[in-house]
Unconditional design. Structure first.
Length: 354
């Protein structure tokens, strides 16, 4: 029998492995996958997305007040005192209905702040005036916060909120400017929203401090969609737990046997074509979200003076920080789009990572 050298065996094995189509290989894309999490929105900037659309909430409550600024009206017996502003209170309190106070001028400091006040306490059949250093008042609160999860949305405009006392939430916003803070208006006139952009993220959002979050610019949406490494493989239409929308995957995403994402779009326009492209169950989405995936629901849009939402489930629009520009997507495509300033659409904020 002819002997085969060890080197010959190794050479043959290498040759067979290279020629065998069933041998797993590492693609160039796999070799170039970044290790950093997050989403590139420019060559030197990465962000992470909030895990839910932005919402505005207005609601009644009570508030403990320890320092007030008093204004007066009238004179003599008709003189009335009322609270103009307050110190050291909940950051969300904006109104104090039915607050009656009487002030001892000796306890008003040079700036006009009062550290203790006489509060009119009305009991059934009795009225008392008592001195207190701290007291509780009825208040109206306004706050920004995120939806409970990435799939949730309401499709409520400020107009709908104004016309229905039972609806205390808004999640479709007109353009936010110095003139119309947070885009909360019922006007359908673009000029009403003129002025510099007032970023929603510059305010408190939930329990986060001001400027924790921000809105992507139009160029950043464009870079995320088309220009970051592997951009075409990290974006696509999908239906998740019955909700139509757009999925963005983080820079370091890798498909696995358990998590396989089909990038791109269906090629047809219609609500049914999100699921036709790909579907994920609640359980599958939980795994994807844990790996960094972001989902933008297809909420539609509404003119600011209307309560009816146009084409919900068919497409979504999300504001940018660039005046009159947004991200738009539907089952067939996603890209940047012009949007009238008065047209109420969704907001998804981001947080800078580097």
């Amino acid at each position: 029998m002819k002997k085969i050298g060890f080197l010959t065996i190794i050479t043959a094995a290498i040759f067979f492995s290279a020629c065998n189509p069933n041998t797993p290989s590492v693609s160039e894309d796999d070799q170039n996958i970044p290790t950093e999490a997050g989403f590139s929105v420019s060559p030197d900037k990465r962000v992470d997305f909030a895990k839910g659309n932005l919402m505005f909430h207005r609601y009644p409550g009570t508030l403990m007040v320890d320092s007030v600024y008093i204004k007066t009206s009238g004179s003599g017996k008709n003189k009335k005192y009322y609270v103009d502003s307050v110190k050291n209170i909940d950051k969300w309190a904006v109104e104090f209905p039915n607050l009656h106070v009487r002030v001892d001028s000796a306890k008003v400091d040079k700036t006009g702040w009062v550290d203790s006040v006489k509060v009119e306490i009305i009991n059934p059949g009795d009225t008392q005036l008592v001195w207190v250093d701290e007291f509780e008042v009825d208040a109206i609160f306004e706050k920004l916060q995120f939806a409970d999860n990435q799939l949730s949305y309401l499709g409520i405009t400020f107009s709908s909120y104004e016309k229905n006392a039972d609806e205390k939430w808004v999640d479709l916003f007109a353009w936010s400017s110095e003139q119309v803070h947070w885009g909360l208006s019922t006007s359908n006139v673009d000029s009403v929203y003129s002025g510099a952009f007032a970023d929603w993220g510059a305010s408190y959002v939930g329990d986060d401090e001001k400027n924790t979050w921000r809105t992507l610019t139009s160029d950043e949406w464009g870079y995320l969609r088309w220009s970051r490494p592997r951009a075409s493989k990290l974006c696509g239409a999908a239906q998740v737990a019955g909700v139509n929308g757009l999925v963005f995957l983080p820079d370091n995403w890798k498909n696995t046997p358990e998590l396989t994402f089909v990038p791109g779009f269906n090629g047809n326009y219609g609500a049914q074509y999100f699921a036709a492209h790909q579907e994920f169950t609640t359980e599958q989405w939980a795994l994807m979200e844990a790996a960094g995936a972001v989902f933008l629901p297809a909420v539609g849009y509404a003119d600011s003076d209307m309560t009816t939402i146009t084409n919900p489930t068919y497409f979504g629009r999300y504001w940018s920080a660039t005046q009159g520009a947004c991200l738009e997507f539907y089952s067939r495509e996603a890209g940047r789009k012009a949007n009238d300033l008065y047209r109420a659409i969704s907001v998804r904020l981001v947080k800078d990572l580097n």
